[in-house]
Design a protein around this ligand. Structure first.
Ligand code: SF4
Length: 502
């Protein structure tokens, strides 16, 4: 592998090409200029993305086919002219810039990249690249870390403590009896997976700083066994991570099941239990967690935000940002970072939709359905709007049937819950049945509302607490569609087969 030089001659970066998937892309073998295979930017539509840099100017060639990649790279290599093949944009920047310069390309939303700054610009587990970006955080003062935690909210349902400032939980773990542990939860959120695949040292810096602060002796990176890219990069990054003499860092995989991301089920998986069930709280894992030890469980997003904040001296002087994944009826899944003041509409504009936008399910698998996307992405506003804060927005195009969509989400919940508590186990099954009975002409909105209320208020973990949210929010916003189904009509026509079968 070639070395990226901060200044001087021509160098090429290729983002978003997995050389195992694309063995035909082997620029190193045929090009004289240095070529670096960097991680994904998160903007799949822009990849493969070829970037050609010389003396503080970079030309961007997004969405290259393998053939175009080869052609452009060879032409630039032969001519020394980075603009020779009509790039999408050319940007002048500081020649030593350790992160992607601002391109203005909408798909990258790169004006606000903080935690994603290194994604698609640096080689993922390359120590030299990370050193050039400021190097590893080392022995950050505990007070600085605790102070930083006051301004950071846990980012997703994979955080044992989310949507509230983190310091109090950290102090609880510090004060609890026993040697503490930190779990980095990379399971089930594309943003977490991207961070570990593209900029793993940033996440590890956050985890190590936190571990040092609460005197933890162990860090466990927990990922889905199906997430090969994140797992492989995590193992390499852990091997190369310095300054870890007193802290053991392991990478552990768990089953590729959605519920495994729930923090206490993640602990069960790490401990090797095959039957994953959520643990009763209190006590929370910050007091009694991994093997009974105080344990802090955070998503990669949360820890990356911590690392970036610490690099900025914990002052968090810039507006907070959110990593958002836009998926569903879009041409390509897109992961971007936006300021918390941005609206869902602005975030969704980074992805090309396939047939307009009728609604979006905001907040992951059990997010809330919204037709109005003029809503800021900060956690308070999303919560007030009964939307989720998981950082995943699933677009529903104009021809999507909302009733069918929430029925599928309810069925998923009925099949995937762990079965430990009655409100979720029985409630999700009953919810799926109530939604199915619409097709028989039975519409009982009060019964659906009451059932979801019980699930939300009495389930043991966030899975059951949120499982009814898609149906509840859809009932509020799209009631006429539910009534139409009960009257034998699907406004989009997509449920006709189900109705004809009756
Ligand atoms: S809420 Fe659902 S997933 Fe959570 S413990 Fe109860 S049955 Fe299991």
């Amino acid at each position: 592998m070639t070395i990226l030089t901060p200044t001087g001659g021509l160098q090429l970066r290729v983002a978003g090409v997995d050389t195992q998937d694309h063995p035909e892309v082997d620029l190193d073998a045929t090009i004289e200029s240095p070529v670096a295979m960097v991680g994904s930017t998160g903007a799949t539509a822009a990849e493969p993305l070829l970037m050609a840099t010389t003396d503080g100017t970079t030309a961007f060639y997004p969405a290259c086919s393998s053939t175009r990649l080869e052609t452009v790279a060879h032409r630039i290599d032969e001519t020394g002219d980075i603009t020779v093949e009509d790039p999408a944009t050319v940007v002048d920047h500081d020649p030593t810039l350790p992160e992607m310069p601002h391109t203005g390309l909408n798909t990258l939303q790169d004006g606000t990249r903080r935690v994603l700054a290194g994604c698609g610009w640096r080689r993922p587990a390359n120590v030299a690249d990370y050193d050039a970006a400021g190097g590893f955080l080392d022995n950050i003062d505990s007070d600085t870390v605790f102070d930083a935690g006051e301004n950071i909210h846990g980012r997703g349902w994979g955080d044992a403590c989310h949507d509230t400032p983190l310091t109090e939980t950290w102090i609880d773990a510090y004060d609890a009896e026993g040697e503490a542990a930190v779990v980095v939860n990379v399971h089930s959120n594309p943003g977490d997976s991207l961070l570990f695949s593209s900029t793993p040292f940033t996440v590890l810096d956050g985890a190590v700083s936190l571990a040092q602060t609460v005197d933890a002796s162990e860090i466990v990176v927990f990922a889905s066994v199906a997430d090969e890219s994140a797992v492989e990069t995590a193992r390499t990054a852990v091997e190369r991570y310095p300054n870890k003499s007193s802290i053991a860092i392991d990478v552990v995989t768990g089953p590729a099941e959605y519920r495994a991301a729930e923090p206490t089920m993640a602990l069960e998986a790490i401990e090797g239990n095959h039957r994953l069930e959520a643990r009763l709280r209190p006590p929370g894992p910050e007091s009694v967690g991994l093997y009974g030890r105080p344990t802090l469980i955070h998503t990669a997003r949360t820890l990356a935000h911590l690392a970036v904040s610490l690099r900025e001296d914990g002052t968090d002087s810039q507006p907070p940002t959110r990593v958002m994944t836009i998926q569903g009826d879009v041409t390509d899944q897109t992961i971007i970072e936006v300021p918390e003041t941005a609206t869902l509409e602005k975030a969704c504009a980074a992805a090309d939709t396939t047939d307009g936008v009728k609604a979006a399910c905001v907040g992951g698998r059990f997010g809330g359905l919204a037709a109005n996307l003029d809503v800021a992405v900060d956690p308070e506003t999303l919560t007030d709007a009964d939307l989720g804060t998981e950082g995943i927005v699933h677009i529903l195009s104009e021809d999507r049937c909302v009733v069918e969509f929430v029925g599928e989400r309810a069925q998923f919940a009925a099949e995937e819950n762990c079965g430990r508590c009655v409100p979720c186990r029985e409630g999700t099954t009953q919810l799926a049945e109530l939604l199915r009975s619409l097709y028989d002409g039975t519409y009982r909105p009060e019964a659906i509302d009451e059932l979801i209320r019980v699930m939300t208020t009495t389930s043991i973990c966030e899975f059951g607490v949120n499982a009814g949210r898609p149906a509840r929010t859809a009932l509020n916003t799209f009631e006429s569609e539910f009534e139409a189904h009960a009257n034998g009509r699907c406004p989009t026509g997509s449920c006709l087969t189900a109705m004809e079968a009756k």
